[in-house]
Design a protein around this ligand. Sequence first.
Ligand code: NAI
Ligand code: 13P
Length: 391
Amino acid sequence: MLQRLQQMTLGLGAREEAERQEHDKMPKPPLKVSIIGSGNWGCTAGILVAENCAEKPKLFKEEVLMWVHEEEVEGRKLTEIMNTDHENVKYLPGVKLPKNIVAESDLATACKGADVLIFVVPHQFLEGLLPTIKENMAKNAIAISLIKGIDFDESGIVLVSDVIRKGLGIEVSALMGANVASEIADGDFAEATIGGPAGHARVLQEVFHRPKFHVTTVRDSDAVELCGALKNIVALGAGFCDGLGYGNNAKAAIIRIGLLEIGRFIELRSGEFPTEILLQSCGAADLITTCYGGRNRKCAEAFVAGSKNWEEIEADLLGGQKLQGTLTCAEVFKVLAAEFPKGNADDHFPLFCNIHRIAFEGAKPETIFDGLSKSEKMLEEPGVPLARSML
Ligand SMILES: NC(=O)C1=CN([C@@H]2O[C@H](COP(=O)(O)OP(=O)(O)OC[C@H]3O[C@@H](n4cnc5c(N)ncnc54)[C@H](O)[C@@H]3O)[C@@H](O)[C@H]2O)C=CC1
Ligand SMILES: O=C(CO)COP(=O)(O)O
């Protein structure tokens, strides 16, 4: 007992020391905040951030630079429209942006001297931006990813935050949650979860938390980020259900089994089923909102109803906004094929595999429920079979 207490005290001391070192390395306020991305969520999150920067002059500089992938909208540059009319008429029409958001199409200028970097571009556009950001950001900058996506290479899963970490050589946290952007832009209440080192998460909470946008913090940033990426696959399944005309019970089954497979997939990486993280906004709550109100759901419903491919559906329905679930579904299927070389990924992830077959291999949408009872076996011995197969 005494030994355990001593170990705990030592553990606490080591953690405090690590936090002190982390604090010493942090940039000093007032912090300059830059947002990399200006889409539907980029602009909405930008409103929350800009309001905090205006209200907390001791912590943050008032001006928030937002990098915009420049394009012409009705004969005018989007940056010019945003800086004059204070509205992103293409990606968040009808919503006024605070005047302290400054749209900037030159990436080097947008992140020059930035102490806090907020990444919110669709994940397929991220990597090429990083060398310029590295050259221009502040030396001790901290970063956070709001991007819901995933990659894969010969060594397995590559998180978006891993890509940023590697590209910039700095620590990266993640903010994920039940955050359909249009609802937050309308002023509805929402919650989010930040995963990251404690010191960073505290500062980042100051950046995002608002009276109607409640942010909690946890340490396990990988699990938070994976929840945000993987729920988009399940949302495709929910959309298939809607396209087939199934009711709420069927969709609830997809959501429940999807939650289980999200947990299992995180377990593949960490060895632990992340029950507590799944109970955060980034877990069950994001899954529910996306399966009812998200773009992935909407496009998957149209996929069942018509004969168009994903690119055509995205162009038809999203007005330039980007679908992330199909890319994530393809990447995750590659991870599963590599993790289960005997071809038995189906035994552990029947729903993810069915969704991939429907989305990319011409399987009938009605097969969405095939073999899902396999997931019940996993519940009989939670954690054990999968963790063993990974050793
Ligand atoms: N919209 C939402 O409700 C939410 C979105 N997210 C995530 O946020 C991330 C960003 O999504 P949104 O802000 O919604 O974007 P979006 O899908 O509304 O807009 C697309 C963005 O991509 C930019 N873009 C187009 N071509 C580009 C290129 N070649 N290079 C660089 N940028 C290019 C456009 O300028 C635009 O800003 C995604 O990972 C998404 O999953 C997360 C939570 C909520
Ligand atoms: O992530 C989202 C809500 O939290 C939005 O999901 P969609 O990209 O499917 O719209």
